[in-house]
Unconditional design. Structure first.
Length: 273
């Protein structure tokens, strides 16, 4: 018997899609539909996400299991639990955690072989990038920013991707920092992937922060935006984020179509240097 699932985050829906288990869904968010276009023709209940989930709309979809993932608000999940509906809350921090979430979802949907195949494919792709970058002498210092007010370093799995791409991650993953602290570290590359901003981070404004005019990343126009969904969504789409990182760090070795990666324009940045 197929478990009827309400997915409250795109990461969950993307994993279910890669497992071939979209038929298990009875409800998802509008962000899930944007991330998995195959859902547009399905008559699923569209509900709020893990942060703003509303009990009534979820219960009306009659799911057997509600699955949430970071970021979520404990009050929302507590209200759902109080209504008597089972909730699974995922909180991955590392690539290994994401693999475990894939295994868990594969087990729930009776897709264990597909889950193991997906994990193996992800590992192979990451190792391929790691092997190519190991041969490149340059190991740039990379500042990755998940949010701009306040400045927040990207998550731990992003550090793992930066390291796989032959870079050195600046700072503590998930920690708050300051423009001054970043400037004093002199990063070679700046990558911004703001939560919820898609690919719309204002790079010229970012590069004009106090003290940033002389850092190597700004002087050499190595300030990039990587689409939010490629770095902040704990799902197989992180592989696209890894390719974007590798292209930003080693443009001569990694050729990308440009999808999901945007570089500051020299003519716009020139006012900052």
């Amino acid at each position: 018997m197929t478990v009827k699932i309400a997915s409250l985050q795109p990461s969950i829906t993307i994993i279910l899609d890669r497992l071939g288990c979209l038929d298990a869904l009875v409800a998802c968010t509008r962000y899930c539909v944007a991330a998995v276009p195959a859902l547009r023709d399905r008559r699923l209940a569209v509900v709020h996400d893990s942060w703003s989930a509303q009990t009534e709309e979820l219960l009306s979809a009659h799911p057997d299991l509600i699955i949430a993932s970071v970021p979520y608000r404990q009050e929302s999940l507590a209200a759902i639990l109080k209504a008597g509906c089972p909730v699974l809350a995922l909180a991955p921090h590392t690539l290994a955690d994401i693999e475990q979430d894939i295994r868990l979802l594969a087990s729930i949907t009776n897709a264990v072989p597909q889950g193991e195949a997906l994990i193996a494919a992800m590992r192979s792709s990451i190792q391929s990038v790691r092997d190519r970058c190991a041969e490149i002498p340059e190991k740039p210092l990379v500042y990755c920013e998940e949010w701009g007010k306040p400045l927040i370093h990207s998550q731990l799995w992003v550090r793992e991707l930066v390291e796989a791409a032959g870079g050195v991650f600046l700072g503590q993953p998930g920690a708050v920092t300051s423009p001054e602290a970043v400037a004093s570290a002199n990063p070679d590359v700046v990558i911004a992937a703001w939560c919820g901003a898609g690919d719309r981070v204002p790079l010229e404004k970012l590069a004009s922060r106090p003290g940033w005019a002389e850092i190597p990343a700004v002087r050499n126009y190595r300030v990039f935006c990587i689409a939010d969904e490629l770095l902040n969504t704990p799902a197989p789409t992180l592989l696209e984020g890894l390719q974007a990182i590798a292209s930003a760090l080693h443009p001569h070795a990694f050729v990308t179509s440009g999808a999901g990666l945007r570089r500051i324009q020299s003519q716009s940045a020139s006012s900052c240097v």
